[in-house]
Design a protein around this ligand. Structure first.
Ligand SMILES: O=c1ccn([C@@H]2O[C@H](COP(=O)(O)O)[C@@H](O)[C@H]2O)c(=O)[nH]1
Length: 272
């Protein structure tokens, strides 16, 4: 998917919401546990209930890898279900990969070719040759961790290296890499005060913004400094949407939470 197609979808749906599919078997409704594939049944119901309110789905692969082969099969069924039924939706494999070049090529193939996600999250720590193999895939996107939503972001990412915070070096240096037009960046909603500076460095890039909802980030604060002419934001909420209820009404409850965010986004889009 191109970023233009993503922007068209944002305009049509008046939404830049990304729903996180982080499925924990201890948190999903009991009645699903007797089905053959509880993770997929849960995802399918959430997707069917929210697809018109969001522009993106983001399964975090940890929640699938934790269940071994069955978990990986549930991930595969989930991405196939989205691609077959809602092909306009931008899909993100939140896998946070990155390794020496030939290994990164295999990671990229797994997520962008075999599973056919539109994008994958990648850690920048190993540098250019660890990221460029992901960037080589046509019409696919590499979402580089820039400034993450967690407290540990202050351990390295904001530390001064050569007179500037390391996350700024990540943004600036990554722009010089081959096929850097396929880059997007992760910036946490809990770091709203940094968005102005980040937009000075990457004015046109899409930013994936986790941390609204369960982590307490503010949609309004992020949008104030983070939006660009093409909106340029994908705001993720996972637990705040998918675990709104653990009863039979879970999909309806998830829809209601997604609707609250979509309505707030529609107002912000009208004002900009
Ligand atoms: O900086 C980051 C990068 C990734 N994440 C991931 O996003 C979701 C957030 O889930 P919530 O339940 O809405 O808090 C989850 O998959 C994280 O691993 C992040 O939170 N921060």
């Amino acid at each position: 998917m191109t970023t233009k197609q993503l922007y068209n979808q944002i305009q049509q749906k008046k939404s830049f919401l990304c729903v996180g599919l982080d499925v924990d078997l201890n948190k999903i409704p009991q009645h699903l546990l007797t089905t053959e594939d509880p993770i997929f049944e849960f995802n399918k119901a959430i997707i069917d209930a929210t697809h018109d309110l969001c522009v993106s789905y983001k399964p975090n692969t940890a929640f699938y890898e934790a269940y071994g082969l069955k978990g990986w099969q549930s991930l595969e069924k989930t991405i196939n279900y989205i691609n077959e039924n809602y092909p306009d939706i931008f899909t993100i494999a939140d896998a946070k990969r990155g390794d020496i070049g030939n290994t990164s090529t295999m990671y990229a193939k797994a997520f962008l070719e075999d599973l056919n996600f539109d994008s994958v999250t990648v850690a920048p720590y190993m540098g250019k040759d660890s990221v460029e193999p992901f960037l080589a895939f046509e019409n696919k996107h590499t979402i580089l961790l820039a400034l993450t939503s967690n407290e540990g972001a202050f351990d390295f990412q904001t530390q001064q290296v050569n007179d500037k915070p390391m996350y700024q070096t990540v943004l600036e240096t990554s722009k010089t890499w081959k096929k850097s037009e396929n880059l997007m960046y992760v910036v946490g909603a809990t770091k709203a005060e940094y968005f102005k500076e980040i937009r000075n460095i990457v004015p046109d890039s899409f930013l994936l913004v986790p941390g609204v909802g369960a982590q307490g980030g503010s949609l309004e604060d992020v949008c104030k400094f983070g939006m660009n002419k093409q909106v340029g934001l994908l705001i993720n909420s996972s637990r705040g949407i998918i675990y709104a209820s653990n009863q039979k009404d879970f999909a309806e409850a998830a829809r209601n939470e997604a609707l609250k965010l979509q309505r707030a986004m529609a107002i912000i889009l009208e004002q900009n």
